[in-house]
Design a protein around this ligand. Structure first.
Ligand code: HEC
Length: 186
């Protein structure tokens, strides 16, 4: 009985070492396609999606959403920033694609659409804040923390809440720096 257990342990250990060696050989072989125009296979896609979603959910879970997240001041401050820094990848009302949405992999989500998710509104805001602040590794999504403090990032989260409801005209008004300046004046 004992020697049987020992043999099993030996077999498992050797199998694990063999798998590790095969994996290393595969990584060094250069066979995995890294071009953005070749989608991941189903397993890699699932693994990366799950890794990202679980990691963001965990990191964002304790973030406190400001009480005035729906205020018009935040909306007016967030709009011009969105238009200057995000629109080329995340689109605006009436625009359905850009070179970035066509060429990036993963493709940037269209933030003018109401997202289909199981998240509550607060979880959604927490996630968005975290993603805008820290970015997402190995995707086109940059971290915006350098040069933008937390308040400025919350302003963009506030704008994103309103974005799916805007017409192209409303978008233009809300994202002009004039709208932002007149809100400061009052
Ligand atoms: C160069 C392209 C690019 C720019 C510019 C960019 N993003 Fe992104 N963004 C992405 C990509 C790609 C993803 C998806 C990453 C992934 O799925 O792994 C993403 C994801 C996101 C998400 C998560 C969406 C979700 O619910 O899963 C938010 C929110 C976001 N970006 C907001 C912004 C904001 C705000 C800006 C401007 C300050 C911005 N992004 C600028 C490419 C970009």
């Amino acid at each position: 009985m004992k020697s049987c257990n020992l043999r099993l342990i030996k077999f498992l250990t050797l199998s694990l070492i063999a798998i590790a060696i095969l994996l290393l050989l595969f990584i060094y072989s250069g066979l995995y396609p890294m071009g953005a125009d070749t989608p991941h296979n189903k397993f890699t896609y699932w693994a990366l999606e799950t890794l990202r979603d679980r990691s963001v959910a965990r990191a964002a879970s304790n973030i406190k959403v400001p009480e005035n997240i729906s205020s018009s001041e935040r909306l007016l401050r967030g709009g011009p920033d969105y238009n200057e820094m995000c629109v080329s990848c995340h689109l605006s009302p009436g625009k359905s694609e850009t070179d970035f949405t066509k060429g990036l992999y993963p493709s940037p989500p269209n933030l003018t659409e109401i997202p289909e998710t199981a998240f509550t509104k607060a979880q959604h805001d927490q996630r968005r804040f975290w993603i805008i602040k820290h970015g997402i590794k190995a995707s086109g999504m940059p971290s915006w923390a350098p040069g933008h403090d937390d308040q400025r990032i919350w302003d963009m989260v506030a704008f994103l809440k309103k974005l799916p409801e805007l017409s192209p005209e409303q978008y233009q008004i809300l994202t002009s720096r004039d709208a932002e300046n007149s809100s400061h004046a009052h």
